[in-house]
Design a protein around this ligand. Structure first.
Ligand code: PHE
Length: 445
Protein backbone atom coordinates (compact mmCIF):
# COMPACT_ATOMS: atom_id res chain seq x y z
CA UNK A 1 0.00 0.00 0.00
CA UNK A 2 1.22 3.47 -0.80
CA UNK A 3 2.40 5.51 2.13
CA UNK A 4 -0.15 8.15 3.04
CA UNK A 5 0.78 11.58 1.76
CA UNK A 6 1.70 14.22 4.28
CA UNK A 7 -0.79 16.89 5.30
CA UNK A 8 -0.66 20.04 7.38
CA UNK A 9 -1.13 19.33 11.08
CA UNK A 10 -3.64 22.14 11.52
CA UNK A 11 -5.23 25.04 9.76
CA UNK A 12 -3.18 27.56 11.68
CA UNK A 13 -0.07 25.60 10.86
CA UNK A 14 -0.79 25.88 7.15
CA UNK A 15 -1.58 29.58 7.30
CA UNK A 16 1.60 30.33 9.20
CA UNK A 17 3.72 28.22 6.91
CA UNK A 18 2.26 29.78 3.77
CA UNK A 19 2.62 33.25 5.25
CA UNK A 20 6.14 32.17 6.19
CA UNK A 21 6.80 31.31 2.57
CA UNK A 22 5.53 34.68 1.45
CA UNK A 23 7.20 36.76 4.14
CA UNK A 24 10.95 36.82 3.80
CA UNK A 25 13.77 38.69 2.14
CA UNK A 26 11.22 39.76 -0.45
CA UNK A 27 9.53 41.99 2.10
CA UNK A 28 12.41 43.23 4.16
CA UNK A 29 15.29 43.31 1.70
CA UNK A 30 13.75 43.44 -1.78
CA UNK A 31 10.69 45.62 -1.21
CA UNK A 32 12.52 48.68 0.18
CA UNK A 33 15.17 48.21 -2.50
CA UNK A 34 12.67 48.31 -5.35
CA UNK A 35 10.65 51.11 -3.75
CA UNK A 36 13.88 53.07 -3.51
CA UNK A 37 14.66 52.51 -7.16
CA UNK A 38 11.13 53.21 -8.37
CA UNK A 39 10.20 56.58 -7.00
CA UNK A 40 8.50 55.85 -3.66
CA UNK A 41 4.77 56.53 -3.35
CA UNK A 42 3.85 55.83 -6.94
CA UNK A 43 5.35 52.37 -6.64
CA UNK A 44 3.34 51.65 -3.49
CA UNK A 45 0.12 52.62 -5.25
CA UNK A 46 0.76 50.34 -8.23
CA UNK A 47 1.92 47.58 -5.93
CA UNK A 48 -1.36 47.70 -4.01
CA UNK A 49 -3.42 47.56 -7.20
CA UNK A 50 -1.45 44.58 -8.50
CA UNK A 51 -1.75 42.66 -5.22
CA UNK A 52 -5.53 42.88 -5.24
CA UNK A 53 -6.11 42.54 -8.97
CA UNK A 54 -3.50 39.92 -9.79
CA UNK A 55 -1.79 38.55 -6.68
CA UNK A 56 -4.73 37.40 -4.60
CA UNK A 57 -6.75 35.95 -7.54
CA UNK A 58 -3.69 33.99 -8.62
CA UNK A 59 -2.97 32.73 -5.15
CA UNK A 60 -6.49 31.26 -5.07
CA UNK A 61 -5.72 29.50 -8.38
CA UNK A 62 -2.45 28.07 -7.14
CA UNK A 63 -3.82 26.79 -3.83
CA UNK A 64 -6.77 25.18 -5.60
CA UNK A 65 -4.68 23.49 -8.29
CA UNK A 66 -2.35 22.28 -5.55
CA UNK A 67 -5.10 20.81 -3.43
CA UNK A 68 -6.78 19.18 -6.41
CA UNK A 69 -3.50 17.60 -7.47
CA UNK A 70 -2.38 16.44 -4.03
CA UNK A 71 0.99 15.83 -5.62
CA UNK A 72 4.03 17.65 -6.93
CA UNK A 73 3.22 20.47 -9.32
CA UNK A 74 4.11 18.67 -12.54
CA UNK A 75 1.81 15.81 -11.72
CA UNK A 76 -0.92 18.21 -10.60
CA UNK A 77 -1.26 19.63 -14.10
CA UNK A 78 -1.07 16.17 -15.63
CA UNK A 79 -3.83 15.02 -13.30
CA UNK A 80 -6.22 17.83 -14.15
CA UNK A 81 -5.59 17.70 -17.90
CA UNK A 82 -4.11 14.33 -18.81
CA UNK A 83 -2.24 14.04 -22.07
CA UNK A 84 -1.81 17.78 -22.52
CA UNK A 85 1.43 19.78 -22.38
CA UNK A 86 0.28 22.00 -19.48
CA UNK A 87 2.56 20.15 -17.08
CA UNK A 88 5.26 22.38 -18.52
CA UNK A 89 4.07 25.09 -16.11
CA UNK A 90 5.06 22.70 -13.35
CA UNK A 91 8.43 21.99 -14.90
CA UNK A 92 9.07 25.71 -15.23
CA UNK A 93 8.29 26.07 -11.53
CA UNK A 94 10.73 23.33 -10.53
CA UNK A 95 13.44 25.07 -12.55
CA UNK A 96 12.55 28.45 -11.02
CA UNK A 97 12.92 26.92 -7.57
CA UNK A 98 16.57 26.15 -8.33
CA UNK A 99 17.29 29.58 -9.77
CA UNK A 100 15.59 31.68 -7.12
CA UNK A 101 16.88 29.74 -4.14
CA UNK A 102 20.44 29.92 -5.47
CA UNK A 103 20.70 33.69 -5.11
CA UNK A 104 18.19 33.91 -2.28
CA UNK A 105 20.47 31.82 -0.13
CA UNK A 106 23.44 34.08 -0.89
CA UNK A 107 21.59 37.10 0.47
CA UNK A 108 20.19 35.13 3.38
CA UNK A 109 23.81 34.17 4.08
CA UNK A 110 24.66 37.87 4.46
CA UNK A 111 21.89 38.06 7.02
CA UNK A 112 23.36 35.12 8.97
CA UNK A 113 26.76 36.78 8.88
CA UNK A 114 25.31 40.01 10.23
CA UNK A 115 23.93 38.20 13.29
CA UNK A 116 27.46 37.36 14.30
CA UNK A 117 28.91 40.69 13.27
CA UNK A 118 26.42 42.47 15.50
CA UNK A 119 26.66 40.16 18.47
CA UNK A 120 30.46 40.25 18.42
CA UNK A 121 30.40 44.05 18.41
CA UNK A 122 31.85 44.31 14.92
CA UNK A 123 29.08 46.66 13.79
CA UNK A 124 29.03 48.77 16.89
CA UNK A 125 28.07 52.44 16.64
CA UNK A 126 28.76 52.90 12.97
CA UNK A 127 27.85 55.85 10.89
CA UNK A 128 26.50 55.18 7.43
CA UNK A 129 29.86 55.55 5.73
CA UNK A 130 31.67 53.01 7.89
CA UNK A 131 28.73 50.73 7.58
CA UNK A 132 28.86 50.90 3.79
CA UNK A 133 32.55 50.18 3.78
CA UNK A 134 32.18 47.13 6.01
CA UNK A 135 29.38 45.76 3.87
CA UNK A 136 31.12 46.32 0.56
CA UNK A 137 34.31 44.68 1.76
CA UNK A 138 32.42 41.78 3.24
CA UNK A 139 30.39 40.89 0.13
CA UNK A 140 33.36 41.44 -2.17
CA UNK A 141 35.53 38.89 -0.41
CA UNK A 142 35.60 35.64 -2.36
CA UNK A 143 35.27 33.09 0.44
CA UNK A 144 33.53 34.40 3.54
CA UNK A 145 30.08 35.03 2.01
CA UNK A 146 30.19 31.57 0.44
CA UNK A 147 30.61 30.00 3.85
CA UNK A 148 27.53 31.81 5.13
CA UNK A 149 25.64 30.84 1.96
CA UNK A 150 26.60 27.23 2.68
CA UNK A 151 25.48 27.49 6.28
CA UNK A 152 22.12 28.90 5.23
CA UNK A 153 21.60 26.14 2.64
CA UNK A 154 22.49 23.54 5.26
CA UNK A 155 19.83 24.91 7.60
CA UNK A 156 17.27 24.90 4.79
CA UNK A 157 18.07 21.30 3.93
CA UNK A 158 17.84 20.37 7.59
CA UNK A 159 14.31 21.69 7.93
CA UNK A 160 13.07 20.25 4.63
CA UNK A 161 14.34 16.78 5.62
CA UNK A 162 12.08 16.67 8.64
CA UNK A 163 9.09 17.02 6.36
CA UNK A 164 5.99 19.10 6.45
CA UNK A 165 4.45 19.17 9.87
CA UNK A 166 7.47 18.45 12.02
CA UNK A 167 9.84 20.92 10.44
CA UNK A 168 8.22 23.69 8.48
CA UNK A 169 5.15 24.18 10.61
CA UNK A 170 6.92 24.36 13.94
CA UNK A 171 9.51 26.85 12.79
CA UNK A 172 6.88 29.23 11.42
CA UNK A 173 4.59 29.12 14.40
CA UNK A 174 7.11 30.50 16.81
CA UNK A 175 8.94 33.15 14.89
CA UNK A 176 6.52 35.14 12.75
CA UNK A 177 4.85 37.01 15.63
CA UNK A 178 8.18 37.96 17.18
CA UNK A 179 9.37 39.37 13.88
CA UNK A 180 6.29 41.54 13.60
CA UNK A 181 6.79 43.15 17.01
CA UNK A 182 10.45 43.91 16.38
CA UNK A 183 9.65 45.49 13.02
CA UNK A 184 7.08 47.70 14.66
CA UNK A 185 9.61 48.92 17.21
CA UNK A 186 12.18 49.63 14.53
CA UNK A 187 9.69 51.54 12.41
CA UNK A 188 8.93 53.77 15.39
CA UNK A 189 12.63 54.46 15.88
CA UNK A 190 13.19 55.16 12.23
CA UNK A 191 10.36 57.63 11.69
CA UNK A 192 11.43 59.61 14.74
CA UNK A 193 14.99 60.10 13.47
CA UNK A 194 15.77 63.73 12.68
CA UNK A 195 15.14 64.33 8.99
CA UNK A 196 12.98 61.23 8.60
CA UNK A 197 9.88 63.19 7.69
CA UNK A 198 11.01 63.91 4.18
CA UNK A 199 11.48 60.20 3.64
CA UNK A 200 8.02 59.51 4.96
CA UNK A 201 6.56 61.99 2.51
CA UNK A 202 8.51 60.45 -0.36
CA UNK A 203 7.31 57.00 0.66
CA UNK A 204 3.65 57.90 0.97
CA UNK A 205 2.84 60.47 -1.71
CA UNK A 206 2.41 59.00 -5.17
CA UNK A 207 3.73 61.23 -7.90
CA UNK A 208 1.38 60.21 -10.68
CA UNK A 209 3.50 61.85 -13.35
CA UNK A 210 6.37 59.51 -12.60
CA UNK A 211 4.44 56.43 -13.72
CA UNK A 212 6.04 54.34 -16.45
CA UNK A 213 6.10 50.76 -17.65
CA UNK A 214 9.38 50.00 -15.89
CA UNK A 215 7.83 50.82 -12.54
CA UNK A 216 4.79 48.69 -13.39
CA UNK A 217 6.93 45.71 -14.42
CA UNK A 218 9.01 46.18 -11.27
CA UNK A 219 5.90 46.20 -9.09
CA UNK A 220 4.55 43.14 -10.87
CA UNK A 221 7.78 41.23 -10.32
CA UNK A 222 7.82 42.29 -6.69
CA UNK A 223 4.25 41.05 -6.13
CA UNK A 224 5.10 37.65 -7.62
CA UNK A 225 8.33 37.36 -5.70
CA UNK A 226 6.88 38.52 -2.42
CA UNK A 227 3.74 36.38 -2.55
CA UNK A 228 5.76 33.33 -3.70
CA UNK A 229 3.61 33.13 -6.83
CA UNK A 230 4.28 31.90 -10.34
CA UNK A 231 6.59 28.99 -9.55
CA UNK A 232 4.49 26.53 -7.61
CA UNK A 233 5.64 27.20 -4.05
CA UNK A 234 2.15 28.16 -2.93
CA UNK A 235 0.76 25.39 -5.14
CA UNK A 236 2.98 22.84 -3.43
CA UNK A 237 1.86 24.05 0.00
CA UNK A 238 -1.73 23.81 -1.29
CA UNK A 239 -1.12 20.16 -2.11
CA UNK A 240 -0.77 19.39 1.60
CA UNK A 241 -4.12 21.05 2.38
CA UNK A 242 -7.12 19.20 3.66
CA UNK A 243 -10.41 19.57 1.78
CA UNK A 244 -12.07 21.66 4.46
CA UNK A 245 -9.82 24.68 3.98
CA UNK A 246 -11.49 27.89 2.89
CA UNK A 247 -9.01 28.77 0.16
CA UNK A 248 -10.15 32.31 -0.77
CA UNK A 249 -10.08 33.26 2.87
CA UNK A 250 -6.60 31.81 3.35
CA UNK A 251 -5.30 33.57 0.25
CA UNK A 252 -6.62 36.87 1.51
CA UNK A 253 -5.04 36.45 4.91
CA UNK A 254 -1.64 35.36 3.58
CA UNK A 255 -1.50 38.24 1.12
CA UNK A 256 -2.51 40.87 3.65
CA UNK A 257 0.02 39.59 6.16
CA UNK A 258 2.70 39.75 3.48
CA UNK A 259 1.66 43.23 2.42
CA UNK A 260 1.72 44.61 5.93
CA UNK A 261 5.22 43.33 6.63
CA UNK A 262 6.49 44.88 3.40
CA UNK A 263 4.91 48.25 4.11
CA UNK A 264 6.30 48.10 7.64
CA UNK A 265 9.79 47.36 6.34
CA UNK A 266 9.46 50.41 4.12
CA UNK A 267 8.64 52.49 7.20
CA UNK A 268 11.93 51.36 8.68
CA UNK A 269 14.26 51.72 5.73
CA UNK A 270 13.01 54.70 3.72
CA UNK A 271 12.84 57.31 6.51
CA UNK A 272 16.25 56.14 7.73
CA UNK A 273 17.72 56.52 4.26
CA UNK A 274 16.58 60.13 4.11
CA UNK A 275 17.60 60.85 7.69
CA UNK A 276 21.14 59.72 6.91
CA UNK A 277 21.27 61.70 3.69
CA UNK A 278 21.58 58.58 1.63
CA UNK A 279 20.30 57.84 -1.88
CA UNK A 280 17.18 55.62 -1.85
CA UNK A 281 18.18 53.94 -5.10
CA UNK A 282 21.30 52.31 -3.66
CA UNK A 283 20.12 48.84 -4.72
CA UNK A 284 20.48 45.49 -2.98
CA UNK A 285 22.91 46.74 -0.36
CA UNK A 286 20.40 49.26 0.99
CA UNK A 287 19.25 47.49 4.14
CA UNK A 288 22.65 46.12 5.06
CA UNK A 289 24.09 49.63 4.98
CA UNK A 290 21.32 51.72 6.51
CA UNK A 291 20.17 49.36 9.23
CA UNK A 292 23.43 49.21 11.18
CA UNK A 293 23.31 53.00 11.32
CA UNK A 294 19.74 52.86 12.65
CA UNK A 295 20.84 50.41 15.32
CA UNK A 296 23.73 52.67 16.25
CA UNK A 297 21.16 55.31 17.16
CA UNK A 298 19.48 52.96 19.63
CA UNK A 299 20.51 52.04 23.15
CA UNK A 300 21.71 48.41 23.12
CA UNK A 301 21.92 48.73 19.34
CA UNK A 302 24.15 45.67 19.01
CA UNK A 303 21.67 43.49 20.72
CA UNK A 304 18.77 44.79 18.66
CA UNK A 305 20.84 44.40 15.53
CA UNK A 306 21.66 40.81 16.38
CA UNK A 307 18.04 40.05 17.16
CA UNK A 308 16.85 41.70 13.96
CA UNK A 309 19.12 39.62 11.78
CA UNK A 310 18.18 36.45 13.67
CA UNK A 311 14.56 37.14 12.81
CA UNK A 312 15.35 38.11 9.23
CA UNK A 313 17.26 34.86 8.84
CA UNK A 314 14.32 32.89 10.16
CA UNK A 315 11.92 34.72 7.85
CA UNK A 316 14.26 33.88 4.99
CA UNK A 317 14.42 30.25 6.12
CA UNK A 318 10.65 29.80 6.08
CA UNK A 319 10.70 31.11 2.50
CA UNK A 320 13.72 29.09 1.44
CA UNK A 321 12.15 25.85 2.59
CA UNK A 322 9.14 26.51 0.37
CA UNK A 323 11.48 27.12 -2.57
CA UNK A 324 13.36 23.87 -1.93
CA UNK A 325 10.16 21.93 -1.28
CA UNK A 326 9.00 22.40 -4.90
CA UNK A 327 11.83 20.39 -6.51
CA UNK A 328 12.08 18.05 -3.51
CA UNK A 329 8.41 17.06 -3.77
CA UNK A 330 8.92 16.50 -7.48
CA UNK A 331 11.98 14.28 -7.13
CA UNK A 332 10.45 12.26 -4.29
CA UNK A 333 7.30 11.45 -6.22
CA UNK A 334 8.61 11.12 -9.74
CA UNK A 335 11.97 9.47 -9.14
CA UNK A 336 11.20 7.67 -5.90
CA UNK A 337 14.02 9.42 -4.05
CA UNK A 338 13.79 9.54 -0.28
CA UNK A 339 13.07 12.94 1.25
CA UNK A 340 16.52 12.98 2.77
CA UNK A 341 18.26 12.11 -0.46
CA UNK A 342 16.27 14.68 -2.46
CA UNK A 343 16.83 17.48 0.04
CA UNK A 344 20.57 16.92 0.28
CA UNK A 345 21.33 16.37 -3.39
CA UNK A 346 19.18 19.23 -4.66
CA UNK A 347 20.37 21.49 -1.85
CA UNK A 348 23.98 20.93 -2.84
CA UNK A 349 23.25 21.64 -6.51
CA UNK A 350 21.52 24.89 -5.51
CA UNK A 351 24.45 25.84 -3.32
CA UNK A 352 26.80 25.41 -6.28
CA UNK A 353 24.49 27.40 -8.52
CA UNK A 354 24.64 30.25 -6.00
CA UNK A 355 28.41 30.60 -6.14
CA UNK A 356 28.53 32.89 -9.20
CA UNK A 357 25.87 35.12 -7.61
CA UNK A 358 28.01 35.52 -4.55
CA UNK A 359 31.17 36.15 -6.54
CA UNK A 360 29.39 38.75 -8.65
CA UNK A 361 29.61 41.09 -5.66
CA UNK A 362 33.39 40.94 -5.90
CA UNK A 363 35.76 39.22 -8.30
CA UNK A 364 33.07 38.59 -10.92
CA UNK A 365 31.70 42.11 -10.52
CA UNK A 366 32.81 43.21 -13.95
CA UNK A 367 31.18 40.30 -15.76
CA UNK A 368 27.79 41.47 -16.90
CA UNK A 369 24.72 39.62 -18.15
CA UNK A 370 22.43 41.87 -20.16
CA UNK A 371 23.99 44.82 -18.43
CA UNK A 372 23.65 43.43 -14.92
CA UNK A 373 25.85 41.64 -12.43
CA UNK A 374 25.05 37.94 -12.10
CA UNK A 375 23.06 38.13 -8.86
CA UNK A 376 21.11 41.10 -10.11
CA UNK A 377 20.49 39.32 -13.40
CA UNK A 378 19.23 36.14 -11.72
CA UNK A 379 16.92 38.21 -9.55
CA UNK A 380 15.57 40.28 -12.43
CA UNK A 381 15.24 37.32 -14.77
CA UNK A 382 13.32 35.20 -12.30
CA UNK A 383 11.10 37.84 -10.67
CA UNK A 384 10.25 39.96 -13.68
CA UNK A 385 10.16 37.24 -16.30
CA UNK A 386 9.83 33.62 -15.16
CA UNK A 387 7.35 34.22 -12.32
CA UNK A 388 4.97 36.44 -14.33
CA UNK A 389 5.10 33.95 -17.22
CA UNK A 390 4.27 31.18 -14.76
CA UNK A 391 1.38 33.29 -13.49
CA UNK A 392 0.15 34.06 -16.98
CA UNK A 393 0.12 30.39 -17.98
CA UNK A 394 -1.57 29.42 -14.72
CA UNK A 395 -4.36 31.96 -15.32
CA UNK A 396 -4.89 30.68 -18.87
CA UNK A 397 -4.90 27.13 -17.59
CA UNK A 398 -7.52 27.82 -14.92
CA UNK A 399 -9.67 30.12 -17.05
CA UNK A 400 -9.64 28.28 -20.35
CA UNK A 401 -8.48 24.71 -19.80
CA UNK A 402 -9.70 23.58 -16.41
CA UNK A 403 -12.73 25.84 -16.63
CA UNK A 404 -15.23 27.27 -14.18
CA UNK A 405 -16.99 24.05 -13.27
CA UNK A 406 -13.81 22.17 -12.54
CA UNK A 407 -12.24 24.72 -10.31
CA UNK A 408 -15.49 25.63 -8.53
CA UNK A 409 -15.99 21.99 -7.62
CA UNK A 410 -12.60 21.87 -5.98
CA UNK A 411 -12.96 25.26 -4.30
CA UNK A 412 -16.33 24.43 -2.85
CA UNK A 413 -15.31 21.17 -1.27
CA UNK A 414 -14.88 23.15 1.90
CA UNK A 415 -18.61 24.01 1.79
CA UNK A 416 -17.87 27.69 2.06
CA UNK A 417 -19.61 30.36 0.10
CA UNK A 418 -17.18 32.26 -2.05
CA UNK A 419 -19.33 35.27 -2.80
CA UNK A 420 -17.05 36.87 -5.32
CA UNK A 421 -16.51 33.67 -7.24
CA UNK A 422 -17.91 34.82 -10.58
CA UNK A 423 -16.02 38.10 -10.48
CA UNK A 424 -12.91 36.22 -9.44
CA UNK A 425 -13.26 33.75 -12.28
CA UNK A 426 -13.76 36.50 -14.87
CA UNK A 427 -10.65 38.25 -13.59
CA UNK A 428 -8.66 35.03 -13.95
CA UNK A 429 -10.07 34.19 -17.34
CA UNK A 430 -9.99 37.56 -19.10
CA UNK A 431 -8.18 40.23 -17.15
CA UNK A 432 -5.10 38.35 -15.97
CA UNK A 433 -4.01 36.92 -19.32
CA UNK A 434 -4.42 40.26 -21.08
CA UNK A 435 -2.82 42.42 -18.41
CA UNK A 436 0.07 40.06 -17.72
CA UNK A 437 0.78 39.63 -21.39
CA UNK A 438 0.69 43.36 -21.96
CA UNK A 439 2.98 44.23 -19.05
CA UNK A 440 5.45 41.51 -19.96
CA UNK A 441 5.69 42.43 -23.60
CA UNK A 442 5.88 46.20 -23.21
CA UNK A 443 7.98 46.03 -20.06
CA UNK A 444 10.59 43.82 -21.62
CA UNK A 445 10.87 45.75 -24.82
N1 PHE B 1 8.21 35.18 -1.08
C1 PHE B 1 9.54 34.97 -0.61
C2 PHE B 1 10.04 36.25 0.01
O1 PHE B 1 9.38 37.25 -0.09
C3 PHE B 1 10.47 34.48 -1.69
C4 PHE B 1 9.90 33.39 -2.53
C5 PHE B 1 9.70 33.56 -3.88
C6 PHE B 1 9.53 32.18 -1.94
C7 PHE B 1 9.15 32.57 -4.66
C8 PHE B 1 8.97 31.17 -2.71
C9 PHE B 1 8.77 31.38 -4.07
O2 PHE B 1 11.10 36.30 0.57
Amino acid sequence: MAKQREQWGSKLGFILAAAGSAIGLGNIWRFPTVVGQSGGGIFILIYLIIIFLIGIPLMICELTIGRKGKSNIVRAFKGIKPGSPWWIIGALGVAAGFIILSFYSVIAGWSVAYIFKFLSGGLNNLDVRDSREIFVNFVASPVEPLIWHGIFMAMTIGIVIFGIDKGIEKASKIMMPVLFVLLLLLALRSITLPGALEGLRWYLTPNLQAINIKIILGALGQVFFSLSLGMGAIMTYGSYLTDDNDIPNSAMFISLADLSIAILAGFIIIPAVFAFGFEPNAGPSLIFITLPAVFASLPLGNLFGGLFFILLTIAALTSAISLLEVPVAYFIEEFKWSRKQASIILGIIIFLLGIPSSLSMGILGETLFFGRGFLDFMDFFSSNLILPIGGLLTAVFVGWVWGAQGIFNELEKARVTFRAKNIWFSIVKYLLPVVLFYILITGLI
